[in-house]
Design a protein around this ligand. Sequence first.
Ligand code: UD1
Ligand code: CA
Length: 450
Amino acid sequence: MVVVAILAAGRGTRMKSEMPKVLHTLGGKSLLERVIDSVKPLSPSRNMVIVGYQAQLVQAAMEYLPGLEFVEQTEQLGTGHAIQQLLPHLQGYHGDVLVLNGDVPLLSSHTLLKLLQTHQKNGNAATILTAHLSNPQGYGRVFCNSENVLQQIVEDKDCTAAQRQNNRVNAGVYCFCWQDLGKILPYLQANNAQKEYYLTDAVTQVAPVMAVDVENSQEIMGINNRIQLAGAYEILQNRIKEKWMMAGVTLVDPSSITIDETVESQTDVIIEPQTHLRGNTVIESGCRIGPGCLIQNSHIGKNVTVQYSVIIDSSISGGTHVGPYAHLRRHVEVGEGCRIGNFVELKNTQLGVRSNVAHLSYLGDTVAGTQINVGAGTITANYDGVKKHKTIIGDRTKTGSNSVLVAPLNLGNDVYIAAGSTVTDDVPNDSLVIARSRQVVKSEWRITQE
Ligand code: UD1
Ligand code: CA
């Protein structure tokens, strides 16, 4: 049985932010959400989050996650003091407590499971996760004796110059036998450079204690400032991109591409430079996306190409070409084999198969049939200043260049609209509409000069 306790009460002064550190986002999720995600496979019996600085805000941000218990640490007197707040809540508890720092977001569940198993198999009082870092600056240094028994954890700020040379660091992740920890917690002292109650002091006051090295030291990266936040993002991105490339996706110039871990792709997809894939996006096989695209929460069907375009909350069916410079900005559904071209904006619009909107158009709140052709510069006037109105366009209908479709409007099947028309009334099937003034030519009009 294991209870999880996540330390999330600190302000994170080094972030230079009004927002609590654990709410800063890393690849679309807050640091704290990432830590909570990493413990899920351990099926903890309780998930306790210690909050303090802007506790309300942290609690509100996590509201959508079920089963979290928030314990308030009103004054932030150190990580040991934070864990002291659990004492009244865990009275009589006989199991283990897994303690995690809310600002260590890259831990894998595999590492945590291994730590817990080592702890339980050896019947330890405490087991801590450690790593050897080429640059250990800022981390607590871990000292063991020749039998590999933990002697001391010395915070960076409390280290002598010689101690600072030790590159074995404390990851900020611990398993404790609660009975053992609970006994010594009330007696922690704040005899250190920061005048704080350190949880790391507790580790050396129980026995037996083991230190376990993490397999990949990148996992233990703690986020204390925005440089480290950017560093963690890079690590996260590299993980995702390596996985994609190994799974059969070509990334051209990977460093210029960003991909959220929530995005999915099939094989034989080519992602070109400066492309950003976010949220619940799915890309089917044979697509070529980029250069220069932002695609968010969208479904891209097989063999679609997209260049220099923005697609948000939309779905594109197979074989369609989008861009360059198209903006599909919310609830757009494009059928198979369509062409959405240059400087075209679509919003809340459905387009049937093999339809073209190729140049300089805006379609909003429109339901269009199959094989339509929207002439260059066609615009739906869907907003009267108060409400949005709908435009319906039948199958095979063609709008001439520079047509204005004033909604609400219903155009039938096989309708032709003459170029430059402003269409205000519904049009039945098979009609030609000309809604503009006739051309008048006054010949020999120019006054000839003497
Ligand atoms: C801590 C460890 C250090 C380790 C490093 C790993 C201690 C004393 N030091 O240092 O050995 O190498 O993490 O990243 O534990 N917090 C509270 N209440 C408090 C103070 C902090 O909840 O009173 C929370 C913070 O919000 C944060 C976490 O504890 O999520 C760690 O605090 P931080 O101040 O960042 O500790 P470090 O100096 O990084
Ligand atoms: Ca930290």
